[in-house]
Write a protein that binds this ligand. Structure first.
Ligand SMILES: Nc1ncnc2c1ncn2[C@@H]1O[C@H](COP(=O)(O)OP(=O)(O)OP(=O)(O)O)[C@@H](O)[C@H]1O
Ligand SMILES: [Mg+2]
Length: 605
């Protein structure tokens, strides 16, 4: 797979209103790498185009001679101009034949550009940080992505099939008229075309913002619709269907307004264009007819001029539509290019090596971290964990426990201090090797909408079915799976929603077991389980984390008494540290929590 890197440019971050022609050119340039793979084909397609256009312009010329040949002076004998008629047919055939050839050759270029752009975008989306992905709106981004890949195809189409051919034809026609006839003809055509293009561009620019508005509203409506559907259950719990629909209706209503304005201004544009062309054509026809009356031109000349003009203005009529579509496609493209230019937050250092794990030790050295500048999350957090030890992090909700796990995976870079694994700073090793070394059972498990087998095997796709069953057994979920009508092939639903919280958690445990990494992280790994299942799994977890460096985050202190170290985190700071016994002795926060939980446990017995 090739990923095209596009340098950041100064126009990045402009508002859509400032979206300028210069930027369009930059976007077109940015597309070039995607067609570069097939530059030979592009060249060939352009040659076909030229041949077909030459043939097209040749048609009226031949027609002139045919008409002149048939338009005999009195007393002259008319002979059937067979050769000319044959040439006429032949040129017409060449014209459409090479057109088709051009399309066929260009198809590969177009679709290759689409597919490689789509691949680069997805790959870039994966490179972007978790921060970006938490902020984005999936519905809106998928819409932009779809329109973006569609637009590269449209842009190429318009350029290669419409704009370049029309320009080429215009030049040819102007040359013929200019060299053969009164320069007034070429002059009128020239000014009509210039006027036409100028008018089209001006009006189109003016009405562009309706289209931008439409796009923005369309994306936002789509985002809202997706969001409300993804939160289907929540919407029903709170009886907020009407509220969701009203929000959607509101956005769609605004979209409707913008769309109607866009359509109406288009009619205005078409009307103006028709007026300009009518004036130009009438002028030329008057001039040509006068030439025939004055005997300066033959009837054939009149036919030639008329045919050429029709040939020229016909695509020009399209040019208005094409220009508009091109601008729209460029506006869509702009979004994708901006996305591709979005800098990647977490990158491997140029000289990053793979993480070498001989001793899977972990050290947090005075770590400070914030998600956003205005709110510090972790402050001066330090702890060390030797190879094979188990560290428990406990503390109230929102203290920053899960954040520590995320930092270990380097989803974010820290603002102070260092995180070391096996004495290597994790910021200096490749992300790939770092993430290979750690396995996590996250606090909220999300599964792929695929089979249970797929979800467990995700940790190690080459694992055998026997391996999968073995880890399912260890995670105490094998009996559940085997009792399902479809067994391991059961589809778990979007995000795994067809499984219960505890079942999802056990699937997550199974797949970490399958990954079998040097370092294990359990973030409330058993929080959704009943006491019996928890006991079963804790046994399994203890067995597999035996001799493995393990980080356990837990609310229920009873699950972490056996940890080598326990740190109590509160508001991002380490308040207490030690093992269970010593922490009970100091009579601090931990001892307090412990007593409270003990009391609760006794009451429920
Ligand atoms: N992506 C984010 N952007 C901004 N703030 C965040 C983000 N993720 C978490 N936070 C904040 O950071 C703080 C620590 O969050 P964290 O998830 O680490 O808490 P926790 O200790 O795991 O809590 P819990 O026991 O409830 O899981 C919270 O106050 C939370 O609001
Ligand atoms: Mg948490």
């Amino acid at each position: 797979m090739r990923v095209y890197i596009i340098a950041k440019h100064p126009a990045f971050g402009r508002t859509e209103k400032e979206h300028s022609n210069r930027q369009d050119w930059q976007n077109i340039r940015a597309m070039m790498p995607y067609i570069w793979d097939y530059r030979g084909r592009v060249l060939f397609a352009l040659v076909c185009l030229m041949i077909s256009k030459l043939a097209m312009v040749g048609v009226p010329v031949i027609l002139k001679y045919i008409v002149d040949g048939l338009d005999a002076k009195p007393g002259q004998i008319i002979v059937l101009p067979l050769a000319l008629l044959a040439a006429y047919g032949f040129l017409r055939f060449i014209n459409s034949g090479f057109n088709e050839l051009r399309d066929a050759i260009f198809a590969r270029v177009r679709f290759h550009a689409m597919s490689s752009l789509a691949v680069s975008v997805l790959s870039h989306l994966h490179d972007l940080s978790l921060r970006y992905h938490l902020e984005r709106n999936t519905g809106a981004i998928s819409r932009d992505l779809e329109r973006g890949t569609q637009s590269i195809s449209s842009i190429l189409n318009y350029l290669v099939f419409n704009i370049v051919p029309t320009a080429a034809e215009f030049l040819l026609v102007a040359t013929i008229l200019f060299s053969q006839y009164d320069s007034l003809f070429a002059g009128i055509i020239f000014f009509t075309v210039i006027f036409y293009i100028g008018f089209t561009l001006m009006i189109t620019e003016w009405r562009m913002h309706y289209r931008h508005q439409m796009n923005a509203l369309d994306s936002s409506a789509n985002g809202r619709a997706m969001d409300s559907l993804m939160n289907y259950e929540t919407v029903k719990y709170f009886n907020n269907d009407e509220h969701e629909i009203a929000r959607y209706r509101n956005t769609m209503g605004q979209w409707e307004e913008a769309a109607v304005k866009s359509q109406n201004t288009m009619s205005l544009l078409n009307f103006g264009q028709a007026v300009i062309i009518a004036i130009g054509v009438t002028g030329i026809m008057i001039l040509a007819a006068q030439g025939v009356v004055d005997d300066e031109l033959t009837l054939g000349d009149l036919v030639l001029i008329n045919t050429m003009m029709l040939q020229l203005f016909l695509p020009l009529n399209f040019l208005g539509v094409i220009y508009r579509s091109l601008k729209y496609a460029l506006a869509d493209m702009d979004k994708v290019i901006k996305l591709l230019r979005r800098p990647v937050e977490i990158t491997d250092h140029a000289d990053a090596n793979a993480l070498e794990i001989s001793q899977a030790s972990i050290e947090f050295r005075n770590v400070g971290f914030h998600y956003n500048e205005d709110r510090q999350i972790l402050e001066d957090v330090s702890f060390t964990l030797k190879d094979g030890e188990k560290l428990a992090i406990v503390g109230p909700s929102g203290a920053g426990k899960s954040t520590i796990a995320r930092l270990l995976f380097r989803f974010y870079d820290i603002s102070q201090g260092q995180i070391l694994i096996s004495d290597q700073d994790i910021a200096g090793v490749t992300q790939q090797s770092l993430r290979e070394a750690i396995g996590i059972v996250p606090q909220d498990t999300v599964l792929f909408n695929d089979s249970i087998l797929y979800n467990i095997q995700y940790a190690r796709p080459e694992a055998s079915f026997e391996d999968v069953r073995e880890v399912a057994r260890l995670a105490d979920i094998d009996r559940f799976i085997e009792a399902l009508p479809q067994g391991y092939d059961t589809i778990v639903g979007e995000r795994g929603l067809k499984l219960s919280g505890g079942e999802k958690q056990r699937v997550a445990i199974a797949r970490v077991l399958l990954k079998n990494p040097a370092i294990l992280v359990f973030d409330e790994a058993t929080s959704s389980l009943d006491s019996q299942s928890e006991k079963n799994i804790l046994g399994a977890l203890t067995r597999i984390s035996h001799n493995k460096t393990t980080l356990v985050i837990a609310h229920r202190l009873s699950t972490v008494i056996d940890a080598d170290h326990i740190i109590v985190l509160e508001q991002g700071q380490v308040r207490e540290r030690g093992d269970h016994e010593s922490l009970i002795e100091v009579e601090g926060l931990y001892a307090q929590l412990w007593r409270m939980q003990q009391k609760k446990a006794q009451q429920s017995e």
